[in-house]
Design a protein around this ligand. Structure first.
Ligand SMILES: [Zn+2]
Length: 88
């Protein structure tokens, strides 16, 4: 039961030390923690939140899968878009 929708976005925090970095609604970027130096990739879109170590982003195969997974989740959370989608 959270009613935080009026606040601006989601709190992005370091997966390693928990330092809060930013509030965002949509982002896709590599973030370097200013406290512990941990580097991680962050995908945040329409409530889908994915984070993984930046070192794994170098593995393009894994990265491709993660992005595909993210976009699949993304479409799941957008009923309108899902309905408009046509199967080829
Ligand atoms: Zn950190």
């Amino acid at each position: 039961m959270s009613d935080n929708r009026k606040s601006s976005g989601y709190v992005v925090s370091c997966p390693k030390c928990g330092k809060v970095h930013q509030k965002s609604i949509t982002t896709e970027s590599i973030i370097v923690c200013s406290r512990c130096g941990y580097e991680y990739y962050l995908y945040l879109k329409n409530g889908v939140y994915l984070g993984l170590p930046a070192s794994q982003v170098d593995d393009s195969q894994l990265f491709g899968k993660v992005r595909m997974f993210a976009s699949t989740l993304d479409s799941l959370f957008q009923p309108e878009a899902a309905c408009q989608e046509k199967r080829m």
